[in-house]
Write a protein that binds this ligand. Structure first.
Ligand code: SAM
Length: 280
């Protein structure tokens, strides 16, 4: 009899988010593949999980797969966890699951916390269609190119970001998506200093720059999709429209911006209106 491979979600901060089922599975399987034995060891100790662990990283995944799936083939049930949240979501495990399927092994999800869903459901942005982008590239050029590709994406966007890059990341988002785009910074979710800040990108960067606490801990950024009316507005047209809006009523500003940029008056009018709606 072949065993099963359980993919088990663990808390992203608050230990009370450990599900009963996850605890039972982790106590009953023969072996748990973890990212870091010391990290998961502390969690397991606190939760009376005494199951043996085996470390499994991106760099040793191929070699570990043989060992782990060999055990399953011999009849043992095993589980995979990551340091926090749901394995495979910006965490290792993809090759293990893929290989398990290739070998006819049953893969059983034990769902639970994941920062992407916790952030999305508390962001106050549309959730009917969304895109999870994981971590953006660390290098500025590659990050800006990725954001440019996403500038016209209509669905809500979700990003993971490291705290030491949050200011540069927000600055690049403001440059690519415009300062009026709605966004939410979700930080330290389920933990003592949980903070959820909905704002425009322009306001969000001001807030994060002026408060160092917002540059600490674990962060998810949720960004509203490109509005239909924003469709063809590039950064220059947006700048022109903004300057005119500072001096003129909306209709006049849109009309003059259309003459300057050569874009349709309706497009500029609708965009200016959507900015006003976000502010209100
Ligand atoms: N597998 C995990 C999950 O299901 O969310 C994600 C692992 S990824 C390596 C770690 C990133 O997830 C962090 O850098 C942060 O962007 C996000 N994250 C994890 N826990 C978080 C929390 N409590 N609050 C906010 N973001 C969190």
């Amino acid at each position: 009899m072949t065993g099963k491979l359980y993919i088990v979600a663990t808390p992203i901060g608050n230990p009370a988010d450990f599900s009963e089922r996850a605890l039972t599975v982790l106590r009953e399987v023969k072996l748990v593949a973890v990212e870091d034995t010391r990290h998961s060891g502390r969690l397991f100790n606190a939760c009376s999980i005494n199951t043996p662990m085996l470390s499994c990283h991106d760099y040793n995944e191929t070699e570990r797969i043989e060992l782990l799936l060999g055990k399953v083939a011999a009849g043992d049930d095993i589980a995979l966890v990551s340091d926090a949240g749901t394995p495979l979501v910006s965490d290792p495990g993809f090759q293990l699951v893929r290989q398990a399927h290739a070998r006819g092994i049953t893969v059983v999800p034990v769902p639970g916390p994941s920062a992407v869903i916790a952030a999305l459901c508390s962001a106050g942005l549309p959730t009917d269609r969304f895109v999870f982008e994981g971590f953006l590239p660390a290098k500025a050029g590659a990050r800006q190119a990725r954001l440019q590709e996403l500038a016209k994406e209509r669905r809500t966007l979700v990003f993971y970001e490291a705290p030491h890059r949050i200011v540069e990341c927000l600055a690049d988002m403001e440059a690519c998506f415009g300062s009026e785009r709605a966004a939410t910074l979700a930080r330290e979710l389920t933990k003592t200093y949980e903070t959820i800040i909905p704002a425009t990108l322009g306001k969000l960067i001001e807030r994060v720059r002026s408060d160092e606490n917002q540059q600490k801990g674990e962060i998810v950024l949720v960004v509203g999709g490109c509005a239909a009316s924003e469709g063809a507005l590039d950064a220059d047209a947006e700048k022109t429209l903004k300057i005119l809006l500072e001096e003129l009523p909306l209709r006049q500003a849109a009309s003059l911006a259309a003459k300057i940029t050569g874009l349709k008056k309706n497009l500029l009018y609708d965009t200016a209106l959507s900015w006003q709606e976000i502010k209100d």
